[in-house]
Design a protein around this ligand. Structure first.
Ligand SMILES: Nc1ncnc2c1ncn2[C@@H]1O[C@H](COP(=O)(O)OP(=O)(O)O)[C@@H](O)[C@H]1O
Ligand SMILES: Nc1ccn([C@@H]2O[C@H](COP(=O)(O)OP(=O)(O)O)[C@@H](O)[C@H]2O)c(=O)n1
Length: 220
């Protein structure tokens, strides 16, 4: 089977940036599964579905048409034909996504869609449950970590245009999301036993990419 690289870890560890870089370096496709859960959450909010009500979310789970592009140079995400790559990164969506992604019916639909896109492989897929649930037999699994402080500082820089997003606020919202993602019943965030753990706290993005490319080349 062509290579599948599974990249998991908490938010702000550099999964998206490193996955795109590795995919470019190795000529692979790229799938951001977090963007798919964000797209589902954006649609629920837009349609007035109370996101804390799991039954209400489950009832609408099949309605949005979610399309993910897999080019690592220009990743795209659309809902019902509308480009949502900007709005899915808002703090409103970010703070609602853990409730939506904890709903088993949401996960069942997303995992089926993700497996369809991953197909025969040749892809770097990133998220929370890629190595444990989506592709448990992936040839290479990476679990990215970084200190809470560094992760919050990175994410606050991404959100510099949002005046409410100080490092302290981002840090506490991020800690809440990580707690919800790691303690939910349906496929919680956890490191697969056979994943290589990389702590990016003191590494540059290029160093993280190089480490993963090296691991991939060792497989050949
Ligand atoms: N090793 C690193 N050193 C410094 N900044 C990084 C590193 N990896 C990622 N970043 C930056 O941190 C932010 C969050 O990275 P991202 O890839 O979105 O993380 P994740 O997908 O895990 O949430 C981005 O602005 C990215 O450029
Ligand atoms: N495979 C995945 C990917 C994301 N998610 C959910 O989607 C949210 C957003 O994921 P993301 O990867 O965009 O988040 P960041 O790491 O970019 O902050 C997470 O907080 C999880 O609740 C998930 O449950 N399973």
């Amino acid at each position: 089977m062509p290579l599948v690289i599974a990249m998991d870890g908490p938010s702000g560890t550099g999964k998206s940036s490193a996955s795109k870089g590795v995919a470019r370096a190795l000529g692979l496709r790229y799938l951001d599964t977090g963007a798919m859960y964000r797209a589902m959450t954006w649609w629920m909010l837009r349609n007035g579905v109370p996101v804390e009500d799991a039954a209400a979310v489950a009832a609408r789970v099949d309605d949005p048409v979610i399309e993910s592009g897999t080019d690592p140079v220009t990743p795209t995400i659309a809902v019902d034909g509308e480009d949502v790559s900007g709005p899915i990164r808002s703090r409103e969506v970010t703070n609602a996504v853990s409730a939506v992604s904890a709903v088993p019916e949401v996960r069942a639909r997303m995992v089926a869609l993700q497996r369809e896109i991953i197909g025969d492989g040749g892809i770097v897929a990133e998220g929370r449950d890629i190595g444990t649930v989506v592709v448990p037999d992936a040839r290479l699994k990476v679990y990215l970590t970084a200190s809470e402080e560094v992760r919050a500082a990175r994410r606050a820089r991404d959100l510099a245009a949002d005046p409410g997003a100080s490092v302290a606020v981002v840090r506490s919202e991020q800690a809440r999301r990580d707690r919800l993602d790691s303690t939910r019943k349906a496929s919680p965030l956890t490191r697969a036993d056979d994943a290589h753990e990389i702590d990016s706290t003191e590494l540059t993005l290029d160093e993280v990419i190089e480490a993963i490319v090296r691991l991939a080349k060792e497989l050949q």
